[in-house]
Design a protein around this ligand. Sequence first.
Ligand code: AMP
Length: 595
Amino acid sequence: MAGAAVNRKPIAKSPRDWRVAPNLLDYERTRAEFSWDAARRALDGLPGGGLNIAHEAVDRHAAGPRRDRLALRFLAKRGAVRDLTYARLAVLTSRFANVLTRLGVARGDRVFALAGRIPELYVAALGALKHGSVFCPLFSAFGPEPIRQRMTIGDGRVLITTAALYKRKVAELRSALPGLKHALLIGAPEEIRALPGTLDFNRLMDEAGDQFAIALTKPDDLALLHFTSGTTGTPKGAMHVHEAVVAHHMTGYYALDFHPDDIFWCTADPGWVTGSSYGIIAPLTHGVTSVIDEADFDAERWYGILQDQGVTVWYTAPTAVRMMMKVGVEVVRKYDLRRLRFIASVGEPLNPEAVLWGREAFGMPIHDNWWQTETGGIMIANYLAMEVRPGSMGRPLPGIDAAIVHRGKDGAVAEVDAPDVEGELALRPGWPSMFRGYLHEEERYRKCFADGWYLTGDLARRDADGYFWFVGRADDVIKSSGHLIGPFEVESALLEHPAVAEAGVIGKPDPVAGEVVKAFVSLKAAYAADDALRRELLGFARKRLGAVVAPKELDFVAAVPKTRSGKIMRRLLKARELGLPEGDLSTVETGTEAL
Ligand code: AMP
């Protein structure tokens, strides 16, 4: 694969860049000495070998010296701030667990939530875990059909939502959801009373007791149900268990470098796995403070939050970074971001240009890391104390064995030892946050495994030093004249041109080459889409990538379609280009709601 776009010089790190003693200082040694048993011992556990996420995230801090520390700080859209200490969070989650018990909800029942990033959502998530029921977040911008589909697959028994969302999206579905026994609404009492078949969340909370004996869940008991964001088809419900908290805690420590005094901001919505694994659970298990912003992306608002809240560790997504890049580095300079010490990104490949922009804008590279809904936690990462190779996802976490494999025609899987060979990214199963199934889809789950490997469906390569480089989703990879081309590489090259804001690249069927590379580009505000610029961009890409890999065609678009979790929807670009059915569109982003 031509690599001009990704052959950026590594960014070395020195102790001056760290600001704190990094949790992962000696990579090889930490890996060699790591054991999951030791990682488990970093947590409390429950009597009789039990384990419950809510105990590790909330109750153990509420019962200890961190009880008065701020656990969650909510920034409402219009400026109000609501703080919950660990002690207060323990009380509210106990009340919610009591509410579920009073309603007759059984352990293992599914509790869904459909809400923006408001305190009640976080209380419901942790309260449901405390109660022993299974929490399933839905993204609040979903329309009725995706809600119905997911609640049906997930056998939703309880739904927590706002009165406004219920009225707009759920009321019409109610008869199609016979399994939904309780709809708990947040809102004004009169408004809720006017909606038949619903209960008042706040009233139930006011009536509930402050004490709850936490469910003595076992490590393998189901805790969370996460629907994948569906870039490639119908949503699958990935099942996660309480033991996942061991990986959340460990990866928070090594990949996000949590230290006890950190102020952490994960910009992901809890509707997606990042927003629950790292937007809720991991920082709480470390007793750090999380900032949660209810509002959608706005560069100045975000810099204001980083400054005013004194954010030290920031976890965001490539789309957000690209949007910030679009606004320009001058805006960042207006803010005092000296407390910020570590930035990480996930969800999509982080273009080398974006990694470097981080250094220009914030004085530090953005650390890409890789994982999926199915893995439950970060698997491959760039670390604070280690060199960053722009365009690389980094190296596997301690306790994680990752490899590049080739699948034979007979289904056998062979590990590729040589460096820089593309193949499928595979992981050795057995880490605690590994998904335990797709709900009701045993066969789909089984197909993810072969010869002792979990096959991720992503193509990647590993360099001689063990850094992994993302090539593309197996479904997105382009085959042109016998060459395998990863769209990410082409998109990254285009993004290096000053006019380009976003790029999405697909393979377009071609009678000669099999497929040719076609790019869709949205421009920064100061640039006009015309033929001269089109030719310039095609030439620019050819110079960087070579004629084989560079796009042959390029269209300008107002915006590149993305999922609500920020992933470029190449499937949709392709369907539109070819006039094919567009498939499941429930996760297509309409604004910038969920970065
Ligand atoms: P989801 O399960 O919806 O979170 O999507 C997971 C998929 O997102 C992965 O399988 C990758 O295709 C992609 N992804 C996530 N993080 C990265 C990353 N750092 N680099 C490249 N692709 C990523």
